[in-house]
Ligand binder design. Sequence first.
Ligand code: FAD
Ligand code: NAI
Length: 465
Amino acid sequence: MAEYDYDVLVIGAGPGGYVAAIRAAQLGLKTACAESRDTLGGTCLNVGCIPSKAMLHASEYFDAASNGSMADMGIEVSPKLNLDTMHGQRRDAVEGLTKGVAFLFKKNKIDWKNGHATFQDAHTVKIGEETVTAKNVVIATGSSVTPLPNVEVDNAKGVVVDSTGALELPKVPQKMVVIGGGVIGLELGSVWRRLGAEVTVVEFLDQLLPGMDGDVRKEAGKIFKKQGMELKLSHKVTGCSVKGKKATLTVEPAQGGDAETIEADCVLVSIGRRPNTDGLGLDAIGLKTNERGQIETDHEFRTAVDGVWAIGDVIPGPMLAHKAEDEGIAVAENIAGQTGIVNHDVIPSVVYTWPEIAGVGLTEEQAKERGEVKVGKFPMMANSRAKTNHEPDGFVKVIADAETDRVLGVWCIASVAGTMIAQAAQAMEFGATSEDIAYTCHAHPTHSEAVKEAAMAVQGKPIHI
Ligand code: FAD
Ligand code: NAI
């Protein structure tokens, strides 16, 4: 009889966990996956990437029809919002994709154990009423919303909500206040602004989107303001009272000073996410989390406890689905005795607003801290396709090492920046120089030509500016 029930038990079926389970099964390992939700796919498919993109995509069409940009192209329409239908297509997208993961589990003969998993020891995990043993356990429990003291989220009531509540609002708020000008605040704030809400973003720092390149952050601020979002930078929310369907927020300058109040009929709390380790029984296996609540691993995704591995949002690094997925593949390959590697220096990040905002590698500020750099910038205004499509906002910026010309970072604001950044990531993965990009033939007319031109600008020789 086998010593363990499974070769691999994955805890959590988000993009980290479900991908790890599939790759482990592909490699011939007997695999189970514990997931407490009733559907597979984790945060990303159920309440994150997918439903938010469904709302962003649909609201983008509504905005284009209402704000005159379709009329500018000769399409005159008077759009009428059917929010129920919009929510319906969001739910359909989620259902289709989560069922798709269930199909892939069946196809790969992965046992899905539906329940909350708790370690008994390093190889024994209780899942609901069942106890399962496994030679290897992968922790892929993801993250959840960071709460804000004095601001209590109640998604059912719909006045003070987190991202999950903000995806499902049954009616367009008149006045929405977003606490936190990061990725979630800007994406979901954009959805409701496009659908008619007056949106104010309260951000603690002096610019939006911490972690991104300085130029990008400044430009993003200008663009969102131009679109009608009110930005209260360098401010913090210190209190919130709710009466009926109205919230009153107390807002103060970040560095202290006179408080003011802002009324809203919807408040979105989006000040970050924190790793999920509660109720996991880490004590039972003697595994400690770091000061940020994350589980530390080595570069093979082994934790400090033999046979226990960890990936995704629960470990350090950007909280992104594609990072979790790549770690899922790598951890399974490492468990199978292969060499699974993730290059954490080249993980693109994308904000799916209009225009999109994307980057990979170092910001200009980070690169300059490490040494001399050369920077090339190209405005989307001078890109023939963006100009033709009435998409003048944004730019591409390529940052290269001054001595070796190796590309250190690429940043874009453009309607399709999320797609454009893939070529930059690939170039960086191959150790490309800016000259390599500048001398690569790019199809015309495409937005991606702006990446080539920004690389040419690093050489001091762009053609179209
Ligand atoms: P998760 O997806 O969080 O999955 C973990 C799973 O583990 C959950 O289903 C949870 O129920 C389960 N679980 C936890 N503890 C236990 C336990 N003890 N027992 C059993 N099951 C357990 N990222 C992007 O890259 N692109 C985007 O566009 C994007 N959009 C987002 C939009 C929103 C609104 C949000 C909230 C997030 C978004 N993200 C996006 C982030 C992305 O969702 C996460 O980075 C990603 O889901 C992390 O994957 P994971 O597998 O580590 O964890
Ligand atoms: P975030 O970390 O992106 O932004 C949080 C913002 O809140 C920061 O700008 C921070 O300065 C600010 N803040 C913190 N405390 C505050 C306070 N008291 N008052 C005012 N502002 C305050 O976190 P967010 O937007 O909640 O997203 C969480 C994670 O989800 C992100 O880190 C991202 O990795 C992931 N995500 C990714 C998406 C994508 O890839 N497109 C989309 C949505 C989420």
